[in-house]
Design a protein around this ligand. Structure first.
Ligand code: AMP
Length: 397
């Protein structure tokens, strides 16, 4: 997958529009988690050093095409300035006179943040007229947020039709890791897919059985597979109407030569609560009132053995109700083992999507993984094998 990167661009003295994802958590209009600001720093700093005028575009929250004061990006400018150690100016519109005059006042190395792109109804509709107005503000376009690539919006893909377009550093790094995990991975590839429901991950499972050598299904969604195999699931979260789908996925896996690993023992409780009394049992010992809330130690041992043979692990979703003690045990043990194998250079591990990042952080395993994507929806769409419009516009044709 070849795409143009920041290194390919001559940026000196140029107005560079950079689409970032500054949809950051805020408390009382103050940035409370600056992870996304930090991930944009390498691109911004590189552009500053090379004498570009750096013009940042981002959405924030869901103002639905209207100006909503509480959804202004204004508080982000000082927070970013602090991290950069240089002033970040702010323009109260992402197009038109406020943006134009702020840009006219910029010198090389200056950084300007434009107001929330979603204040314009044309943003999410990918209106070419809005994209054109944004593109008119710059000489080059850089996309530096993998997390927005699943959306074809004016500021993500629209602008790319009018300007030479490149992947920023964070974007390039993410694409390289994803390519290693599912594009051109070292085999055997093991996918670990957990989480609550099969219904949200049907496309993902269908794609993975075609691409990977082993698929471990865990979490609440494994209950649907166990039910489809005729096992009792008691009062567990289970989408019984999807038994047919679960069987179809298992059949497709068989045809494709993908081994499916399901729990062989489970941890059950009668309440969905932290600290409730629980017991570990075999699949046939699940009672009518029992809820399966985690995989058991024998299942974890099977998963560890699969990891021993794997050269690549792709992970999405927890293996149990990890927020509630003690039902994080399987997720914790498997994640720590995966991190150890990664550190020892035995495999490449990539994880992301939904609650996965917090589950791996909670396990203390995140640092050991080769790469953790915070991209959510875009990460899942990539695991589904579907095109990402924001990546496609950067590909060299
Ligand atoms: P997802 O967003 O699909 O990755 O699902 C994550 C959620 O699945 C977490 O909130 C977990 O608590 C939940 N979950 C995982 N395993 C189970 C289970 N066995 N029963 C109920 N919820 C579960």
């Amino acid at each position: 997958m070849a795409f143009r990167t920041l290194n390919d661009a001559d940026v000196e003295g140029k107005r560079v529009l950079v689409r970032v994802d500054f949809n950051v958590p805020m408390k009382e209009r103050v940035v409370s988690d600056d992870t996304r600001l930090r991930s944009a720093l390498p691109t911004i700093q590189d552009l500053q050093i090379r004498g570009a005028k750096v013009i940042l575009l981002s959405h924030f929250d869901r103002p639905k095409g209207e100006r909503v004061a509480s959804m202004s990006l204004a508080p982000v400018a000082p927070a970013l300035g602090k991290l950069l150690g240089s002033k970040v100016t702010f323009a109260n519109d992402c197009v038109g006179a406020p943006a134009q005059s702020a840009i006219a006042a910029m010198g090389p190395g200056d950084v300007l943040l434009l107001e929330n792109t979603r204040f314009h109804p044309g943003e999410q509709k990918n209106d070419p007229a809005l994209a054109r107005r944004m593109a008119d503000l710059g000489d080059l376009f850089m996309l530096d947020a993998f997390s927005v690539t699943h959306r074809a919006h004016a500021s993500t893909t629209g602008i790319a039709h009018y300007l030479p377009s490149y992947a920023g550093k964070a974007m390039a790094r993410e694409l390289e890791h994803l390519q290693k995990a599912l594009g051109e991975p070292r085999h055997p590839v093991l996918a670990v897919v957990g989480g609550a429901k099969v219904s949200t991950k049907i496309d993902l499972l269908q794609n993975l059985v075609e691409e990977v050598d082993m698929l471990c299904v865990g979490g609440g969604m494994a209950n649907t597979f166990l039910h489809a195999l005729g096992k009792p699931v008691g009062a567990s979260l289970c989408e019984k109407d999807l038994a047919f789908t679960a069987n179809a996925i298992m059949a497709a896996a068989k045809t494709a030569g993908c081994q499916v690993l399901l729990p062989i023992d489970v941890v059950v409780a009668q309440k969905f609560e932290a600290g409730v009394s629980s017991r570990t049992c075999s699949l046939d010992e699940v009672g009518d009132k029992d809820m399966i809330l985690d995989a058991g130690p024998k299942s974890v041992a099977v998963l560890k053995t699969a990891m021993d043979t794997a050269r690549t692990v792709i992970w999405n979703g927890p293996l149990g109700a990890f927020e509630l003690s003690p039902f994080a045990a399987a997720t914790d043990a498997a994640a720590l083992y995966c991190a150890d194998l990664t550190r020892a250079g035995k495999l490449v591990s990539v994880a992301g999507g939904g609650d996965t990042v917090s589950a791996l952080n909670k396990a203390g395993a995140a640092d050991g993984f080769s790469f953790i994507s915070t991209a959510g929806g875009a990460f899942l769409q990539w695991m589904e094998g579907k095109a990402l419009p924001g990546v496609d516009v950067l590909k060299i044709k």
